[in-house]
Design a protein around this ligand. Structure first.
Ligand SMILES: [Zn+2]
Length: 159
């Protein structure tokens, strides 16, 4: 299944779902692809950004996470590594970045995040542990937190 971002001559943009690129080309050639708003069949394809569904929480502000103090060195995947391996490497890189740019407040995360939000503490990025319930409560209060999955490799202390 291929999802294409399409546009008609009037500038209406919409999504089209096709079995394949060839499917789209064939249907378009026969005038079967039309704008849902004005029925125009002169459709052009727009460049679309890749859609990555990384789950909920995409605001990297005050990460709620369980990050240990030790990071293994191998975080750059070889260019010919599989997409999954490259994704893991990118995730490790991000976790490392978060660790370098946040203050560890341990299990006081929810308390600290709340204090920062309400101006009782200076504004800064923090990380720490929070339960799922605590995280949801913070989000309910309009406090930006990012539940960050930590790769198993980062959880194991180096020998
Ligand atoms: Zn249109």
């Amino acid at each position: 299944m291929k999802v294409l971002d399409l546009q008609c001559r009037q500038g209406h943009s919409f999504e089209g779902w096709f079995g394949s690129q060839d499917d789209y080309d064939a249907q378009r050639a026969q005038g079967l692809v039309t704008c849902p708003m004005c029925n125009d069949s002169e459709i052009t394809k727009m460049l679309s950004a890749p859609r990555l569904n990384l789950g909920h929480g995409t605001t990297p502000l005050k990460p709620a996470t369980d990050v240990p103090a030790v990071v293994p060195a191998a975080e750059v995947a070889p260019a010919d590594a599989s997409p999954v391996v490259q994704m893991q490497a990118a995730l490790m890189h991000m976790v490392r970045h978060v660790m370098a740019n946040t203050e560890d407040v341990g299990n006081k995360f929810a308390e600290e995040a709340r204090k920062i939000h309400y101006g009782e503490r200076e504004e800064r990025n923090i990380r720490g542990q929070a339960t799922r319930e605590e995280t949801e409560a913070l989000l309910d209060e309009g406090i930006d937190v990012l539940p960050l999955p930590v790769p198993d490799a980062l959880k194991e202390p180096l020998q």
